[in-house]
Design a protein around this ligand. Sequence first.
Ligand SMILES: Nc1nc2c(ncn2[C@@H]2O[C@H](COP(=O)(O)OP(=O)(O)OP(=O)(O)O)[C@@H](O)[C@H]2O)c(=O)[nH]1
Ligand SMILES: [Mg+2]
Length: 333
Amino acid sequence: MFKKFFSKREKESPSQKEESSSESLKPKDKKSLFERFKEGLSKTKEKLSSVLSEVFEVDKLVDLNLLDELEEKLILADLGVETTLYLLEPFKNKVLKGDPLTTKELKRQLKEQMMELLIEYEKPFPPSGQPAVLFFLGVNGVGKTTTIAKLAKRYKDEGKEILLIAGDTFRAAAIDQLKMWGEKVGVEVFHQKEGTDPSAVIYQGLDKAIKDKKDLVLIDTAGRLHTKYNLIEELKKMHRVMDKLIPKENRVNILVLDATTGQNALSQAEHFSKAIPIDALIITKMDGTAKGGIALSVSHKFKLPILFIGLGEKPDDLLPFDKKAFIHAILPD
Ligand SMILES: Nc1nc2c(ncn2[C@@H]2O[C@H](COP(=O)(O)OP(=O)(O)OP(=O)(O)O)[C@@H](O)[C@H]2O)c(=O)[nH]1
Ligand SMILES: [Mg+2]
């Protein structure tokens, strides 16, 4: 399987290669992806639709009162103050100038602006290096380990040789959890004892991945640490260790955020981006919350693309982020 996968890729032109390496970010089946977004995001949709339908109920001319009302509702749907004001500013200016604007047109333009606000991931994902390395960070409980398992399954199914590194040495159960997922999904896990320096585990794991010619390495980290070190310093150290072995262009630092925490996700993004450069986001637990608007807020504020969203606990419940499907799911026509 592995050999077949590579002999096929060797014959491809560079542009074909690039296309196939970012294949997993492309919706494989538009219709089912759309349906799954709709189902998974139903709580956010209900909230947004119920608040917005009052505003958009009848097609009438927009005035400042209506925009104030809309402002309040978008903030309640967890788009955050900054993003909401940014979205509504052009409409306020229009109304203040006395230009006619209907609620129907407002809704259409609002959706268009939401699309522009969501940053696209422009590079191939995962990177094409051997190995490509995905480094996961985020506070405890956001879903890092589960997301790693879901992605490991996804890329194993595509024929990639994968290694997981148990860089969360904070507690034995975290190592066991990753080992359990490794067995379930059928991928190798590199681990050391609880309490080992996570940077050392990462170094040894990456060294092994290079020797074993793995295609893809996914590194789990802890949202907290034992000791004297603080988390930020420890993450910086892990980053320096990766610098020694893997070129930057072959690595993606992924911040995992839990949608149910709403605006708190913004302070997490701020906190972690002080440690290392964040390249992209994965937002989990979108299925359990009406706070899906956080995706717009965090992507806008930190100019970060969202790679995937988590819509459940099972290995297949991770979908590539499709901004059109997302906006349509939370704000249907
Ligand atoms: N509903 C739902 N639950 C999820 C999703 N992603 C993760 N979870 C659940 O969230 C809980 C925490 O997930 P973990 O993967 O252990 O989180 P973690 O970030 O690794 O946590 P620590 O190891 O403590 O730092 C688990 O019960 C997961 O099943 C999701 O997209 N939807
Ligand atoms: Mg974990």
